[in-house]
Design a protein around this ligand. Structure first.
Ligand code: ZN
Length: 214
């Protein structure tokens, strides 16, 4: 098994690319390289088009990336195809994913490092669940929202660093914040705009913070 070349790691802004079809299995296809981000690390899989056929979702199978098609492919194994991600959707995901790390920094600054139980970001919102008894106070949430929006507007650079000694590990850095993350991100917080926070209670001992663009 060869691993799919992950074009989005080096260039999260890459929208169009050419690739060779390595495998077609029912409605799932594997390319030698791809700009489609597969669902994982709390980020939704990309959509778009490969060889003129709609890609409904992108999934991971070990190191291979599988594109889930919405129709029979008109191409065959060995063909070179043109592909394009749904950039509008992906850019929303990038803006929200970058914001999620910044929001969490200010949340932890305010409430202490409450444990994150899970998170998921798509084009509509980021949702992050934290171990928390009772209700997250609305004045705290308001303060976190304000600090996040001020920080976003300041236009901080976002960098992803990798360590050759630890292959596969990617460190997301922005101002004083750093966190391991393999997702796709914008290059500057100025690209994000402003955000709104909402709380929800998904179950006992759990509080959810939803971040959306405003
Ligand atoms: Zn992340």
């Amino acid at each position: 098994m060869t691993e799919t070349i992950r074009l989005f790691d080096n260039d999260p802004y890459l929208r169009k690319f050419k690739a060779k079809v390595l495998e077609i299995k029912e409605n799932q296809i594997e390319l030698d390289r791809t700009a489609f981000y597969p669902e994982g690390g709390g980020q939704a899989g990309d959509t778009g088009k490969v060889g003129g056929v709609e890609v409904l979702d992108t999934q991971k199978d070990d190191g291979r990336i599988l594109h889930v098609l919405g129709a029979e492919p008109p191409f065959s194994v060995g063909d070179e195809v043109e592909a394009e991600i749904d950039w509008e959707r992906r850019h929303l995901v990038m803006r929200l994913h970058s914001t999620a790390h910044i929001m969490e920094h200010f949340l932890w600054e305010r409430l202490g490092k409450i444990e994150r139980l899970g998170s998921f970001v798509d084009e509509n919102k980021d949702r992050a669940d934290y171990a928390y008894e009772g209700r997250l106070p609305s004045e705290d949430l308001k303060a976190v929202e304000e600090s996040t929006n001020v920080f976003l507007a300041e236009g901080h650079e976002i960098r992803i660093d990798s360590d050759p000694a630890q292959p596969g590990l990617r460190i997301w850095r922005c101002g004083p914040i750093e966190i391991p993350c393999g997702g796709t991100h914008v290059g500057n917080t100025g690209e994000i705009g402003s955000i709104k926070l909402r709380r929800k209670n998904p179950g006992k001992g759990k509080e959810r913070v939803e971040t959306s663009l405003s």
